[in-house]
Ligand binder design. Sequence first.
Ligand code: TYC
Length: 99
Amino acid sequence: MSEQTIFKEKVDTKLQKPRMYRVILLNDDYTTMEFVVEVLVTVFHKQVPEATKIMLDVHEKGKGIVGIYTYDIAATKIAQAEEMARENEFPLKAIMEEV
Ligand code: TYC
């Protein structure tokens, strides 16, 4: 070994695909249908017809997928939706799970 150590940098050129997370909206008996649609439009940028479809699906089946996002986006949208619900005194909840 010489006095000078030579560091060879290994550059990984492979692109890693980000882990993706499903945001799942949960049904409850107290949040109004109108408010759920408002949350889906405001936070998840759904058009009213799609928001209505998702809301009714959750209402009938107990839960439903709203969308698939990276971890930070999913976590932020859930926090925004639950904050909006809290401000309006609704118990609306959403969860995320890795795809
Ligand atoms: N079940 C609610 C009602 O009958 C409506 C609702 C739908 C609530 C979807 C939450 O994620 C939800 N008013």
